[in-house]
Ligand binder design. Structure first.
Ligand code: C2E
Ligand code: MG
Ligand code: MG
Length: 588
């Protein structure tokens, strides 16, 4: 215990004549005081420490003159002396072990005719660190250390409340294909990319600008003040250039880009929400127009956004009202012309009763989270039509259903969907068509979903092969029953030596891996003739054989006969055709 000479007398000496019991009590008290975890000091009116227990002595760096080394400690003490009022102060001391924070209560007291200051301090270092952490996590993004959505919103609204007259810009940035990058390289690299991306975006910002990460791969940038559109455009052009340079992360060279939408105050809105919304709309335009660029908001975009909203609404309504049906396209053996399978291709009947092809709504349905329901409707339609399917195409034909890569990797959808396939009673007739992305991205498709489908006997097909992200070598890791070569390789194949080479490579690789090859989109006799003459490919789909067919039209046209099993005795109604086109059935 710190006790300078000439300070308050030793307890024993202060109470002459006390009996042994009092002395021992006092000695205990002294020890208790000494060992208290809280720091306790007594100071005189000059700030000199007359008494300090061990904890206080360790904190205060008391000089030879009895004065504590910490300036603010002295200030608080002086203040308490001056006012004669108790005072609570937060005091922090930095020493070798780091920073310590104390909550100190200073109590002016009068003892034995002397004005003294009694101080006790509790160590709140941990609590303080926790509070700081809470503060940071409430306002700062942990990964990039950037302020979060609340901070930038507050900042912009503050500018507006202050009657801000100088123009400023709000940019909405969204990393392109970030999900792909994340799935392909894994989350650790995805995170590292975001950190590096944030660093590149934040380069050359002024103290009055602010960059904020508002969610996963989205950033909002405030440029304040700005001269006008030209200046902002120039600044963002440089930023886009910086972002385009490859990112080197963990031995990977990653190319990434960002789509940017910009709104200007005051032209494009008078509140944070309005400005952000309009920047978002401009960003959306960039995404649709090829990504990796920037656009300023304008009024035509607003109208576009409203139109898109209408499409969204009508798609939601169509799902709700189950205005979907399937067209079926046969998959044929090109030598025998037997139909070996059919593919269900979904169609939407819009509010005007017009049939829409999936190109107009599948992506939107996926984006809006409606695709799962749509796939369930497709399966329901097949189950409902199974008798007609059997009568038309035979009892043995496989039935292919397209599943978006996003769904394929999602066990929450796929588990119950596999169950539904099993419950049809004929799971072995189904094939699931997924694009190669489902295999190469790191989702649970390969490990978790595939085994379930295999167990119930559902076949797997790789759709649109050659258009996705995987390379030929990736095929070696894929376990599927069938590979469908995308139409882009098949069109005019007889005239394209390079595509012929690729086709041969895919063919021999697939053969080695035991996968059936299907050529998609055969339209002409020349394409078919080439496949027959130059390849061993046996199966194909395409308008040359059949366009997708509506079964109900077929039913309406000709009642099936017992002879029509396994082949089509009557001519089906095909999409985009008027009347019947072919006299022969499916076995041609
Ligand atoms: P896909 O699975 O590759 O289906 C083949 C597409 O090519 C179909 O277009 C078909 O009508 C078309 N097609 C077939 N033969 C020819 C041909 O000779 N020439 C040309 N030009 N086209 C041909 P569709 O029905 O418009 O479907 C487009 C895509 O929409 C499908 O491509 C598939 O990826 C997706 N899709 C269709 N139905 C569903 C579904 O129920 N769920 C999901 N997730 N996607 C679906
Ligand atoms: Mg398909
Ligand atoms: Mg395809």
């Amino acid at each position: 215990m710190y006790r300078p000479r000439n300070a308050v007398p030793e307890s024993g000496a202060a109470t002459p004549g006390n009996d042994g019991e009092a002395a021992s009590e006092l000695s205990i008290l002294r020890d208790v005081l000494r060992m208290l975890p809280n720091g306790v000091t007594v100071q005189d009116e000059h700030g000199r420490v007359l008494l300090a227990n061990d904890a206080a002595a360790a904190q205060l760096q008391i000089g030879a003159d009895g004065i504590p080394g910490h300036e603010h400690r002295r200030e608080a003490a002086r203040e308490a002396f001056r006012t004669g009022q108790p005072l609570v102060a937060e005091e922090s001391f930095v020493h070798e072990g780091g920073r310590q924070v104390f909550l100190t209560r200073h109590h002016p007291v009068r003892i034995a005719e002397r004005d003294l200051l009694l101080s006790s301090s509790a160590d709140i270092t941990e609590q303080k660190a926790f509070e700081d952490e809470l503060f940071r996590s409430a306002y700062y993004d942990e990964l990039t250390d950037l302020p979060n959505r609340r901070v930038i919103e507050h900042r912009v609204n503050k500018l507006l409340q202050a009657g801000e007259t100088s123009p400023f810009a709000l940019a909405f940035l969204d990393v392109d294909n970030f999900k792909h990058i994340n799935d392909y390289y894994g989350h650790a690299i995805g995170d590292a990319l975001l950190v590096e991306m944030a660093r590149r975006i934040a380069m050359n910002l002024r103290a009055s600008d602010m960059l904020s990460r508002i969610s996963g791969d989205e950033f909002v940038l405030l440029l304040h003040p700005v001269q006008g559109q030209e200046e902002v455009a120039e600044f963002i052009r440089f930023m886009l250039e910086r972002i385009k340079a490859p990112f080197f992360i963990d031995d990977s060279e990653i190319f990434a880009s960002t789509s940017i939408g910009v709104s200007l105050y005051p032209e494009h809105g008078g509140s944070y929400d309005a400005l952000r919304h309009n920047a978002d709309i401009a960003m959306y335009r960039v995404k649709n127009a090829g990504k990796g660029a920037a656009a300023f908001f304008d009024d035509s975009m607003e109208r576009e956004a409203q139109a898109r909203m209408k499409v969204e609404q009508s798609l939601r309504l169509a799902i709700l009202e189950k205005r979907f049906c399937c067209a079926f396209q046969p998959k044929v053996d090109i030598r025998t012309r037997d139909v070996i399978g059919i593919e269900a291709l979904v169609r939407l009947r819009d509010d005007q009763g017009v049939i829409q092809a999936p190109g107009t709504f599948i992506n939107l349905a996926t984006e809006l989270g409606l695709i799962d329901e749509l796939t369930r409707l497709v399966l329901a339609d097949i189950v409902r039509s199974i008798d007609l399917i059997n009568e038309t195409f035979g009892h043995e034909t496989t039935i292919s259903i397209n599943v978006a890569a996003k769904q394929a990797g999602n066990p929450e959808f796929m588990r119950p969907f596999a169950e539904a396939l099993e419950q049809t009673g004929f799971p072995k007739r189904f094939m699931i068509e997924v694009t190669e992305d489902a295999f190469v991205t790191r989702t649970s498709f390969q490990d978790e979903i595939l085994p379930i489908l295999r167990r119930i006997g559902v076949g797997i097909s790789i759709d649109d092969f050659g258009t996705g992200y995987s390379s030929l070598s990736a095929l070696a890791d894929i376990t599927a029953d069938e590979i469908k070569i995308d139409r882009s390789f098949i069109t005019d194949i007889h005239k394209r030596p390079r595509s012929q080479g690729i086709l041969r490579a895919i063919e021999s690789l697939s053969e080695a891996l035991g996968m059936t090859v299907v050529a998609e989109g055969i339209e002409t006799h020349e394409e078919l003739a080439y496949l027959q003459a130059a390849t061993r490919i046996r199966y194909a789909q395409g308008y040359y054989f059949d366009k997708p067919i509506f079964l109900e039209d077929l039913k309406r046209a000709t009642p099936p006969t017992s002879e029509s099993r396994g082949r089509l005795a009557s001519r089906p109604v095909q999409e985009n055709r008027t009347g019947y086109s072919r006299a022969a059935g499916y076995r041609r």
